[in-house]
Design a binder for this molecule. Structure first.
Ligand code: UDP
Ligand code: MG
Length: 352
């Protein structure tokens, strides 16, 4: 089997210190404000940086605007996914392709303040941290519904998965090269980074921030996607739903025992049709035992199911740095993950 993840060009050292990964889906309205605020912050750091804008199959003019912006902002790199693959998959593409010693991820709508990125970087360096979470201290700009559902989500995942998952930490965070490389070694599965990153167990710190309102456009997370993220979070990190089946089986077994006693009592009083008692006991008992067995089987099948889902989560259609890496003075010869990469070759051949 060909491992499409380990591109030989990964071995080439990059001089980029900071990558900023931004997944974008139909964000043409938010883009001007994002650039206006993000660029001075990054230019002001004095670091060698790149912005990896991942266009997640937008149907508006996000990709075209991004490519136009490159004319005046050479550090902007545009990665276009072949189709809309979802926020977490777009984030995966950006994190895999990022070349920086550190990579910050943030949303395109300026709900996560870019001004916090230098603070995250300074904290990571001074305390030798591999992960710095952006933690929301105030969600007053979110709707009441969003606040309540987010509250329920973090309560549930912390209860089911563990309290090492920071509450109110979304996808605004900084990762070191060590953490990025660790993420790259994981199998290609739909990931939920806000749970996966804490699970890696790297030394981590927090930077707090106030969550602003979306600067323009509308949310790309309708209720359906929010529910899918919650289900992915729970199924991907916990076997609690499968255990529920087992516990239901155990419950059914005890109900069956009660029914057994009742049936025996009715039988003893002689108030039955002959054969009814033995029949009902058998049906109830077998039903309960089958439920228990199904629950146990489910425990195993759930684990196997997760392990065998080796589907690639994204396909890169275009990476502007394939042709223009030298424009930023970065040594990057040969094909990179992009049109010339194994992943894309396999994709173009219809193999993936
Ligand atoms: N996004 C994406 N693909 C999707 C949905 C969203 O790349 O299928 C991006 C979106 O453009 C934004 C980020 O993910 O940069 C978070 O989305 P959004 O701000 O709409 O979510 P919310 O803040 O409302 O939860
Ligand atoms: Mg948002």
């Amino acid at each position: 089997m060909i491992d499409v993840r380990h591109d030989p060009t990964d071995l080439i050292e990059s001089s980029v210190e900071l990558s900023v990964v931004i997944p974008m889906f139909n964000e043409e309205e938010a883009l001007p404000a994002l650039v206006e605020r993000l660029r001075p912050v990054l230019d002001g750091t004095g670091e060698v940086y790149e912005v990896v804008a991942v266009d997640d199959g937008s149907s508006d003019r996000t990709a075209e605007h991004l490519v136009d912006l490159r004319a005046t902002w050479p550090q902007l790199r545009v990665v276009r996914l072949r189709r809309n693959s979802g926020h977490q998959a777009a984030l995966t593409a950006g994190l895999h392709l990022a070349r920086g010693r550190y990579a910050a991820s943030l949303d395109a709508d300026l709900q996560d303040p870019p001004e916090k990125i230098p603070e995250m970087l300074a904290l990571a360096r001074s305390q030798h941290l591999d992960i710095v979470y952006g933690v929301r201290v105030n969600r007053s700009t979110d709707t009441g519904f969003k606040r309540r559902t987010a509250g329920a989500y973090y309560w549930l995942v912390r209860r089911l998965i563990g309290t090492h998952v920071p509450s109110q930490a979304g996808d605004f965070r900084l990762l070191s090269r060590n953490a990025l490389d660790a993420l790259k070694t994981l199998p290609d599965q739909p990931q939920v980074y806000r749970l996966l990153v804490p699970w890696l167990g790297f030394p981590s710190g927090e930077v707090t921030y106030h969550r602003d309102q979306r600067v323009a456009g509308h949310t790309k997370y309708p209720l359906r996607k929010m529910i899918l993220l919650a289900v992915d979070s729970i199924i991907g990190f916990s076997v609690a739903p499968l255990r529920l089946a087992t516990w239901l089986g155990v419950l059914a077994f005890f109900v069956c025992l009660g029914m057994l006693l009742y049936t025996l009592a009715v039988y003893a009083s002689g108030d039955t049709t002959p054969g009814w008692a033995s029949l009902i006991i058998t049906v109830l008992f077998i039903g309960a035992v089958q439920l228990i067995c199904l629950g146990v089987l489910g425990e195993y099948i759930g684990r196997i199911y997760t392990a065998v889902q080796k589907r690639p989560t994204y396909y890169v259609a275009e990476d502007t740095d394939t042709d223009h890496a030298s424009s930023r003075g970065i040594a990057w010869p040969g094909p990179r993950r992009g049109e010339g990469s194994p992943r894309n070759f396999l994709d173009s051949q219809g193999i993936l």
